[in-house]
Design a protein around this ligand. Structure first.
Ligand code: IMP
Length: 420
């Protein structure tokens, strides 16, 4: 069991990028298994902040292999921008990064269709990142996708044109202005750059290397509550963000999975529309947004903020088979005199034991815990954390039955406490 999974347990933005980067030294390979440029994984070291959208968060460790798995959707234009801004040369990066031939491409038409669909939805907008994710996965499942392996074909341009025609014909149904040329130039430049990388049937490589004893960390994107099946549908993303998605998104068997690390923020945030029972539309919510710099790393949108929702967290732990919890942004809660934690929902006066499958209105049931005043960003040992923060963590562990073995106290790689 040489494959561990790290994923988000809430609505994304839990701080996965930072944690993957921090634990990468324990792994030989880091692989993304779903999502695409809708993700924005932030990591910080040597006082520089990096935001990754498509590229796995192990890329800054020169000796690690990074893989973009078959479950990911790749926008070549975004890929090019990201590669160019990383720092190391393209030649160096081609040694560190391999791409699955089976990963579907996001075409210029997908981006425009995403915007046209959202535009036509009126007040029922998903709040999509408009990166073309939904339309690209739709084409994949409808068996109309164009995949990374195909870019090496001589007739690639003709293939592309067929897809373009299909997308233009769909777009005629919408009253939506667009300029496809605006996207196409950068997209084809991205295709040329992609050709410099190894594009392989990565499922063979992953199985071969991990059977030989190399350790792989599967890096999830978005969060469990945005999963296409189990999230708050239809306000979800278009892929399986849960641990099962790592098997289909990399081509590995469930038998090969060891640990499942579930990342949660000490409070909750959400971008885009959809249910959010613990949302705070008040001064406390504004404080969390300001103190936690809660603005989307992909879109810059202000994130909705609220108290920790343990009822939803327990659901996420169940779906993913989480073996360890990692808590981020505990530092943001410093200074609140009391902190609320949602331990259940009520609906129409009755206790609601399950997470509803619709957007049925629910009321959170809260437990209040005492806060702490201390700034914790300089602390590096668990036992030195404020007593009330340790009690907060103990409360989460008791409610979920899963140990919290890592606490992040700031955005930098170094601001991480591993608990023995
Ligand atoms: P899409 O994945 O761009 O189609 O967006 C669908 C929903 O998921 C929207 O509410 C987005 O705001 C949300 N979403 C997508 N990716 C992320 C992410 O990486 N972090 C947080 N929310 C996301």
């Amino acid at each position: 069991m040489n494959i561990d999974i790290l994923l988000g347990l809430q609505w994304g933005d839990e701080g996965k990028g930072k944690i993957v980067d921090a634990i990468s030294p324990d792994y030989d390979i880091v692989a993304r298994f779903q999502g695409g440029p809708n993700a924005g994984h932030s990591l910080e070291f040597n006082n520089v902040k990096h935001i990754l959208h498509l590229i796995p968060s192990g890329i800054f460790h020169p000796e690690k292999l990074n893989i973009i798995g078959n479950g990911v959707v790749i926008d070549p234009a975004v890929f090019k921008k990201e590669i160019e801004n990383l720092g190391p040369s393209v030649e160096e990066l081609t040694k560190r990064l391999i791409i699955s031939a089976r990963a579907n491409l996001i075409l210029p038409g997908h981006r425009i269709l995403d915007a046209a669909y959202e535009n036509s939805k009126g007040c029922l907008k998903i709040g999509s990142t408009l990166k073309g994710i939904g339309p690209a996965y739709t084409d994949k499942v409808a068996r109309n996708g164009l995949r990374a392996g195909e870019i090496l074909r001589k007739d690639f341009r003709e293939l592309y044109n067929k897809h373009l025609e299909a997308h233009l014909s769909m777009l005629r149904q919408y009253d939506f202005k667009f300029d496809i040329k605006e996207y196409e130039a950068g997209w084809f430049e991205g295709i040329e750059l992609l050709k410099k990388f190894r594009i392989l049937n990565t499922e063979y490589l992953i199985n071969e290397l991990t059977v030989k004893g190399m350790k792989l960390l599967a890096e999830g994107a978005q969060g469990t509550m945005l999963d296409i099946d189990f999230g708050s549908y239809p306000f979800v993303t278009s892929s399986n963000t849960i641990s099962a998605g790592a098997c289909t998104g990399l081509g590995v068997s469930p038998k090969s999975i060891g640990e499942v690390f579930g990342i949660f923020k000490a409070y909750c945030t959400r971008v885009g529309s959809g249910p959010f029972p613990t949302e705070l539309n008040d001064e406390t919510g504004n404080s969390l947004r300001e103190l936690g710099h809660e603005f989307g790393s992909t879109t810059g949108r202000p994130r909705r903020c609220g108290w920790l929702d343990l009822h939803a967290l327990k659901y996420a732990i169940m779906l993913n088979g989480v073996t360890r919890l990692f808590m981020t942004k505990g530092d943001v809660l410093s200074g609140f005199s009391t902190i609320k934690v949602c331990t259940g929902y009520r609906s129409e006066g009755k206790e609601c034991l399950e997470i509803p499958f619709t957007d049925q209105a629910v009321e959170p049931v809260y437990t209040e815990l005492p806060g702490w005043e201390e700034n914790i960003s300089e602390i590096r040992e668990f036992d030195k954390l404020p007593k009330n923060l340790r009690s907060y963590i103990a409360f989460v562990e008791k409610q979920t039955g899963v140990p919290v073995t890592m606490v992040s106290v700031g955005p930098d790689r170094e601001e991480t406490i591993f608990r023995k």
